[in-house]
Design a protein. Structure first.
Length: 575
């Protein structure tokens, strides 16, 4: 309890904290000793040692300087018109946030309320007199992210409405849909804006998928960036019906059917790109869940070297895809970059002297100089029927999007045995299990051993953000869990994610691939002919120098490309 004789404006930080009962005299003395050695601010030392919280320090600071304290709810409930008066770059550089304004003044929260230079700049920028409140840097940083993120979204709504065109339905029944609120009923206009914002934010952040998931009391909208889902907004549950109806209209689906699954598609056209959107609707206990897959058909700018191959793996892969015939099989789960690797391979070998044809479902990227066929199973244009026709098209190189059944596998094998180079994918966990998967599909062992030139398993791992990653010394336990010998560090530190606004505070930005390659040597072929099991094939491949997925990932940990946590998320331990 403060006495009348105690005036905090004439006291030091430590004395005020003792007076308020936040610290003891001995804790203050310990902190003062540490301050002499480190030269850090006393408040920061006390926070780092866990003696006080940042909020405690802000309270004391406001008492000492005579400024009001900005409570947390004030920082996250600002007037956007006021915050927008201060440019984001200036606000972040000076750790300042405008909360509200009147005709003559603007209320701002600052970490350092006595920064005269900043206050003068605020006055010039806004033309208003600043009224200062005190806030902690951590709370301010979080509030800046949220407030300026909302300002961006609000400011971009009109640009989205004007800049996006949607072609509704499939290729046979295409229709351009006007997305502007003016074309919708008055009560539908907010839903039109909401759908536009979701699509625009997804495109801007390079998302591959959009999930709109109903919960008990809200709708969660998540987008998959670099392979990981992140929440971008949580509209009220009352908006679900409008969202589902709007997306069903765009996808030419039945808006009256709410009990069954439905699949549709539409195309987004912007000034820079064309994006194919595959829509899947699934009934759940809380309502219909929507997942949209975004395929940027015009954005392929990869080549083999940019995929992430180590030099030794690149040399092997480049040599094999330059062969005139045989099969190259790439495996991995959905979203592991298989199609990207195959497209990059085609781009590498493409020339005016060879005819390259692809059969895909869907066509993810459009490649110049290559004939690409889109599968439409509803009308009978399947993988197998397309492949039978393509044989009469004089192909030299063939890409089959995925070997799913014995019929497709049989045609692919025959292609490769009659002087054609065939690229394809299968779903398998690693390179050795890819071989057994081909056998499971129904290809006889003597044909797998004869026609397959190389199998490659791959995964995508996130790259550490170059703007915020930091070096650290990993613990013995961390190295043991990931299987990394400390001797391989050679005294160097590893990198780990931190998070900044450039990477949406994830610590990662962009992705690279890790690979596991088995070239078909005589010994491997012999094991396949003899129907050896997966473990025997893997053991022989490792003896011959195969780099496993885990080892490929560890190489990228050691060179600072990614983190131990990311490799643990993407690979299993080598046994």
């Amino acid at each position: 309890m403060m006495t009348t004789q105690f005036n905090p404006q004439f006291q030091r930080i430590g004395e005020i904290l003792i007076h308020l009962g936040k610290i003891s005299d001995s804790q203050l003395q310990e902190a003062l000793v540490e301050q002499k050695n480190t030269k850090e601010k006393l408040g920061l030392i006390l926070i780092n040692s866990g003696v006080i919280t940042e909020d405690d320090l802000v309270t004391v600071y406001s008492m000492q300087l005579g400024y009001k304290k900005a409570e947390k709810d004030m920082l996250f409930n600002v007037e956007q018109d006021a915050a927008a008066l201060v440019p984001e770059e200036f606000a972040r550089q000076n750790v300042v946030l405008a909360l509200s304004k009147s005709d003559s003044s603007i209320v701002v929260a600052m970490e350092d309320p006595e920064d005269i230079t900043c206050i003068d700049s605020l006055k010039r920028l806004t033309g208003l007199n600043p009224e200062i409140l005190v806030a902690g840097p951590t709370s301010l940083e979080k509030a800046l992210d949220e407030v300026y993120g909302e300002i961006k979204k609000t400011g971009e709504v009109q640009e989205v409405i004007e800049g996006i065109k949607v072609i509704s339905g499939d290729e046979d029944h295409q229709e351009e849909v006007d997305l502007s609120p003016e074309s919708a009923d008055t009560e539908d206009a907010p839903i039109v804006k909401l759908v536009n914002m979701i699509l625009q934010e997804s495109i801007k952040e390079r998302a591959t998928d959009v999930h709109i998931e109903p919960m008990d009391d809200k709708v969660i909208v998540r987008i998959r960036i670099d392979g990981v889902l992140q929440i971008i907004m949580t509209p009220p549950i009352s908006s679900l019906s409008g969202l589902v109806t709007r997306i069903k209209i765009l996808s030419k689906l039945n808006i009256a059917e709410k009990r069954l699954t439905q699949d549709g598609r539409f195309t987004i056209k912007t000034t820079e790109k064309e994006i194919d959107v595959r829509v899947s609707i699934l009934p759940t206990v809380y309502g219909e869940k929507i997942v949209m897959r975004l395929l940027d058909k015009t954005g392929f700018d990869f080549n083999l070297k940019s995929l992430g191959f180590d030099p030794d793996m690149y040399k092997i892969f480049k040599k094999v895809i330059s062969q005139p015939y045989g099969m190259v099989i790439v495996s991995g789960p959905t979203g592991s970059g298989k199609s990207t690797s195959l497209y990059a391979s085609l781009k590498e070998i493409k020339s005016e002297g060879i005819n390259i044809t692809t059969v895909e479902d869907p066509v993810e990227y459009q490649l110049e100089g290559i004939s690409q066929v889109q599968v439409f199973e509803d009308i009978g244009l399947t993988f197998s029927s397309s492949l039978r026709s393509i044989l009469r098209q004089d192909p030299d190189v063939l890409l089959i999007g995925e070997i799913r059944d014995a019929e497709t596998a049989d045609i692919a094998v025959k292609f490769s045995l009659t002087g054609h180079l065939v690229f394809s994918t299968v779903h398998a966990n690693d390179a050795s299990s890819t071989i057994t998967r081909l056998l499971d599909i129904g290809i006889p062992p003597f044909l797998v051993g004869s026609c397959v030139n190389l199998v490659m398993a791959q995964r995508l791992v996130r790259r550490l953000c170059k703007d915020c990653c930091e070096k650290y010394d990993p613990s013995e336990q961390e190295l043991y869990v990931v299987g990394l010998d400390k001797k391989r560090l050679s005294g160097e530190k590893l990198s780990k994610p931190k998070g900044c606004r450039k990477c949406r505070n994830t610590g990662y930005k962009g992705r690279t691939a890790i690979f596991e390659i088995i070239p078909m040597t005589r010994e491997i072929r012999k094991l396949i002919f003899n129907k050896s099991n997966e473990d025997d094939i893997r053991t022989k491949a490792l003896e011959q120098g195969m780099i496993s997925l885990r080892e490929s990932g560890l190489r990228k940990v050691l060179d600072g490309t990614t983190s131990i946590q990311e490799i643990m998320r993407s690979t299993v331990e080598d046994l």
